[in-house]
Design a protein around this ligand. Structure first.
Ligand code: C5P
Length: 236
């Protein structure tokens, strides 16, 4: 039997940096909520994946008709993103095989394109340490002194923005996140937990327009990106 593909989508954040009345995944973007765009992009490229969607237990905005996957399952979100992802991995524990592939994608990235998803999946299938979409840093990087002034410039050579999806074999990702949890390590992405095991996930160059909606101005930016992507006739 060949390995299954699981899709874990953490969507249990409250998005406090957006300063909006509802979590950012429920804000309207080009006529539909962000969550619907993201799930529809993922489904377009990976229709056979088994979806595990992490939602806050007290979420009053979610509408199951937005989920194009069948079957799919809802999992309780945790305190931090890593807790939400770990909840999902535990929830599928009786069904997932250790060599099954798990792609984790933030719900707040609605502009991900099929070609990036396919290249990432190829890399995850090839390598033992998993892989992540990433974009090389383009700007000059400054470190602050904690008081709003520059302490020093940081060389940008070799620096990357970590995007999602990030993909790993099931057993590796679960072990990595469980160890991060046990050692009190706060990881903001999945690759960090795998790195802490001494492994080196592959950096797969991803498109820079795969933005994570985080700040108020990102919603307008994402709207323009979606329009430009459609005008360029990408297949969705
Ligand atoms: O807050 P941030 O944008 O870094 O969150 C990244 C992703 O993790 C979002 O999709 C968010 O909904 C999700 N998240 C979660 N559970 C949390 C915190 C964040 O599923 N406790």
């Amino acid at each position: 039997m060949s390995a299954c593909l699981w899709l874990v989508v953490p969507a249990a954040g409250c998005g406090s940096r957006m300063k909006a009345a509802r979590p950012k995944q429920y804000l309207e973007l080009a006529g539909r909520p962000v969550i619907q765009h993201t799930l529809s992009r993922l489904h377009g490229a990976l229709p056979a994946a088994k979806l595990c969607l992490c939602l806050d237990d007290n979420d009053v905005y979610f509408d199951p008709s937005w989920v194009p996957f069948s079957p799919w399952q809802r999992v309780s979100g945790g305190v931090e993103r890593m807790d939400s992802v770990l909840n999902a991995l535990q929830a599928i524990g009786s069904k997932a095989r250790s060599d099954d592939i798990v792609l984790v994608h933030d719900i707040a990235r609605p502009c991900v394109l099929p070609a990036d998803l396919e290249r990432l999946l190829d890399a995850v299938q090839r390598g033992p340490a998993g892989a992540l979409l990433a974009a090389p840093v383009a700007d000059t990087m400054k470190r602050d002194n904690g008081a709003g002034h520059v302490l020093r410039s940081e060389p940008r050579d070799g620096l990357w923005h970590a995007l999602t999806p990030q993909g790993f074999r099931y057993a590796l990702l679960r072990r990595a996140l469980e160890q991060a949890k046990a050692t009190g390590q706060q990881v903001t992405d999945d690759a960090s937990a795998v790195e802490a095991l001494g492994l080196s996930p592959e950096l797969v160059v991803g498109r820079r327009d795969n933005i994570k909606i985080t700040h108020p101005e990102d919603l307008g930016l994402a709207t323009h990106i979606l329009v430009a992507q459609r005008a360029s006739d990408y297949s969705f």
